[in-house]
Write a protein that binds this ligand. Structure first.
Ligand code: ATP
Length: 586
């Protein structure tokens, strides 16, 4: 799709979202708040359905994952231990002219000739501050000078006319190619990049001081690590098992953009799946199953190490997306290269969605080793290891020589060259007693990004011909019935026929407890269908004169069922309707 077509498509999606009440700008009547969004009636239902599909797939349909619902504000020490206080930052640059702020890595590269100035003077006042403007193709030097005068005017007394400013030390530097040092909007020089911590700060208690600074969580995952031991001790869980959580997260993003894609408040759906370290698997089963192309990932096996588990979760998540209508035609994968990985990560794959504005991350699946639990164990001083009875039993029969050989082999395979043999021996001695810190695989998805992906994939326009032969554009949201905000709309053919209305209302009542039903009696039936197409309602049911037996007994007790995607209509008995619908939305 061309850039123009893509941005037009995105504009149409954004406008439909507002028009039909999927998504509104937060506080819109006050001008909106950048990076914050509200979900209207259809959006709230869509999001809820997506949340439920994730919850079901990750927990209800398995017996090895338990949920957590933790607070948004955690002890600030959590964020120190996790590394967020020190390193959760993006490089930021400011436009010297307008003070607009950008993420340095997201500045669009510019080419042209740089026009440098060493300073400026106006009357008795002078500024020795250097400034530069990029002259791009089609622009002239006068424009650069005008921008520079506006910049220097700031340094002079209010009211200094830009024309009264004399620019000093002008030089030209040709051949600037793909530079990220200039503001694409006006050519002004940007500041050098500096780190900007993305955590939103607040204070707890009545006094605002440095002693009671707190952070709105930038991710839901840390609470899972912090509560890991409580959950392990209070539930009948055994490694491997997972803890999952859905909840709000906050990041003070420098440039929220692309509609809801990068927001400052959003919802995450995260699973921390705890597994035995590979060394424990080797002790228990003699070896660790190795991943290879075509490996069977359908059912977890006891001898899986982190790599098989990681691949398994990628496959599980792919199947999940497929089940809600996001197939491999709209998804892509990015396996981070070894030099891109966080220092603790063994592998990370990003599941990407082909958004109209580009192919971007929907979910990250990382194999994080025992980094997080180890950090929290160290910083809190509380032991977070688990005791594994089976492992202890498996090691009981090992001779001293077996143990030494195992330590040697573990030391030889170390990935961190700084680790000493003594440290490896201590780690192994702990393992022999059945103790270890579990390793973790983390599938981490964003609910708002998923909603945007589902809205984007569902949006379609097609040309249709009406009964009178007139062609028109039909806008239709082709949501998978499982996630569609409204599952079925029920209409009486005419609103002034009490028997049709009564029958339609009765159908609504019989379905209401099982699914989201919408009743509509106003306007021509064709218009009502179109409204539901835009809402993405997969099925519409119309109660007509056949239903109430006015055209004879043949079709009495049946309704017209209209399919959103094909627009085909069929008759179905009211008595069969509920089961028919439930089968398709489950
Ligand atoms: P990005 O590189 O896009 O900033 P990230 O790699 O920092 O994302 P993670 O920390 O891995 O993201 O967060 C996990 C998921 O949370 C992401 O895959 C995304 O779906 C979601 N997410 C992260 N930041 C935002 C945001 N600002 N707005 C909406 N969703 C977000």
């Amino acid at each position: 799709m061309s850039k123009d077509a893509s941005s037009q498509r995105m504009e149409k999606i954004v406008s439909l979202c507002k028009r039909r009440g999927f998504i509104f700008q937060s506080s819109e009547i006050y001008g909106g708040l950048n990076g914050f969004w509200d979900y209207g009636p259809l959006g709230a239902e869509l999001k809820r359905n997506l949340r439920d599909t994730w919850w079901n797939a990750m927990m209800r349909e398995r017996d090895d994952v338990v949920p957590l619902d933790a607070s948004i504000i955690l002890h600030p020490a959590v964020w120190k231990a996790s590394g967020h206080v020190d390193t959760f930052s993006d490089p930021m640059v400011d436009c010297l002219l307008t003070k607009a702020r950008f993420r340095a890595d997201q500045v669009e590269p510019q080419s042209g000739t740089a026009c440098h100035f060493t300073g400026a003077k106006a009357g008795d006042h002078a500024s020795e501050r250097a400034f530069s403007v990029l002259i791009r193709k089609g622009e002239n030097i006068e424009r650069a000078r005008k921008v520079a005068r506006t910049f220097y005017a700031e340094a002079f007394p209010a009211g200094t006319a830009p024309e009264a400013i004399e620019l000093l030390g002008e030089t030209l530097e040709e051949g600037i190619v793909n530079s990220k040092q200039f503001n694409p909007a006006n050519g002004s020089l940007l500041t050098e990049p500096r780190p900007f911590n993305l955590m939103l700060r607040t204070h707890t208690g009545p006094i605002e001081s440095d002693d009671n600074v707190a952070y709105l969580r930038p991710e839901t995952a840390q609470a899972i690590f912090v509560q890991f031991k409580n959950i392990f001790d209070s539930n009948r869980v055994k490694v491997p098992f997972g803890i999952a959580q859905i909840g709000k997260a906050f990041r003070n993003e420098i440039n929220p953009r692309n509609f809801t894609f990068r927001s400052r408040e959003f919802e995450q759906m995260e699973l921390e799946f705890f597994i035995r370290p590979d060394e424990a698997i080797a002790l228990l089963y003699g070896s660790v199953a190795e991943w290879h192309e075509g490996a069977d990932l359908s059912k977890p096996q006891p001898n899986w190490g982190w790599e098989m588990w990681h691949r398994y979760w990628v496959a599980q998540r792919t199947a999940y997306y497929d089940g809600i209508g996001l197939g491999t035609d709209v998804l892509d994968y990015y396996w981070q290269k070894p030099d891109e990985l966080a220092h603790y990560a063994r592998a990370t794959v990003d599941i990407l969605f082909k958004f109209a504005f580009g192919t971007e991350e929907l979910e990250g699946i990382a194999a994080r080793g025992d980094f997080d639990l180890r950090q929290h164990q160290k910083h809190s001083g509380k032991p977070l290891e688990v005791f594994d009875e089976e492992l202890k039993a498996a090691c009981a029969a090992m001779t001293e020589a077996d143990r030494e050989a195992f330590i040697d082999a573990t030391f030889a395979r170390r990935t961190n060259p700084d680790v000493t043999r003594g440290e490896v021996a201590a780690f192994c001695a702990n393992l022999f007693k059945g103790n270890y810190l579990p390793h973790v695989i983390e599938p981490s998805a964003g609910l708002d990004r998923l909603a945007l992906a589902v809205l984007s994939a569902a949006f379609d326009e097609e040309s249709v011909t009406d009964d009178k032969g007139k062609s028109e554009t039909r806008t239709v949201m082709r949501f998978h019935p499982r996630v569609a905000p409204v599952k079925v709309a029920v209409f009486p053919l005419l609103k002034n026929k009490p028997e049709l209305v009564a029958q339609a209302r009765e159908i609504v009542e019989s379905l209401r407890r099982h699914m989201n039903v919408f009743y509509d009696e106003s306007g021509a039936i064709g218009r009502r269908y179109r409204r539901q197409d835009e809402a993405g309602t997969p099925f519409c049911v119309t109660v007509d004169f056949d239903t109430v037996g006015e055209n004879g007994p043949e079709n009495a007790g049946t309704v017209t069922l209209r399919h959103r995607d094909s627009m085909k209509q069929e008759r179905i008995a009211i008595a069969d309707l509920k089961a028919w619908l439930l089968e398709r939305i489950a």
